[in-house]
Design a protein around this ligand. Structure first.
Ligand code: FES
Ligand code: FES
Length: 165
């Protein structure tokens, strides 16, 4: 099948690649870019395990064709920690508050949560639950995921307040 060239920014790095028109973004990320953090749970837009950030929005990458990412800014869980390896507040929160068990949902949860906190830096419990309602977890019962996101919100807000003083 004829391939199409795409150019995109992936975790801040400019990337060029040839993709088949039918290639899904999740397959492009995992198989061509070898970024296997985003998981494939259902491939039918139900579970959210494949969630990545595309141009400032959470997308389920099993419902996006790679060619649709032409010119886009894509962020995956691999880009969440700082370049020196310092964990993002959300990663720290998930570890501290036991926000994962098997971890299958976690990359998608983290990417959804980071977008949620960008949009609403001080979410209530209800807003967090609504914000992650497209991401399914079969292990945790969500309680500790909510605590982990709240942990990150508090840490990020405290850091921002300190920086402003
Ligand atoms: S794999 Fe994309 S939503 Fe489940
Ligand atoms: S930790 Fe297992 S699916 Fe969420």
């Amino acid at each position: 099948m004829a391939k199409t060239q795409i150019t995109l920014a992936l975790n801040g790095r400019q990337v060029e690649a040839l993709v088949e028109p039918r290639t899904l973004l999740i397959h492009f990320l995992r198989e061509q870019m070898l970024l296997t953090g985003a998981h494939i749970g259902c491939e039918t837009s139900h579970c959210g395990a494949c969630t990545v950030d595309m141009d400032g929005k959470s997308v389920k990458s099993c419902t996006v064709f790679a060619v649709q990412a032409e010119g886009a800014q894509i962020a995956t869980v691999e880009g969440l920690a700082a370049p020196d390896g310092t964990l993002h507040a959300l990663q720290e929160g998930f570890a501290e508050m036991h926000g994962l068990q098997c971890g299958f949902c976690t990359p998608g949860m983290l990417m959804r949560a980071q977008r949620l906190l960008q949009e609403n830096p001080d979410p209530s419990e209800a807003e967090i639950r609504m914000g992650i309602s497209g991401n399914l977890c079969r292990c945790t019962g969500y309680q500790n995921i909510v605590k982990a996101i709240r942990y990150a919100a508090d840490k990020m807000n405290a850091a921002q307040k300190e920086a402003a003083e």
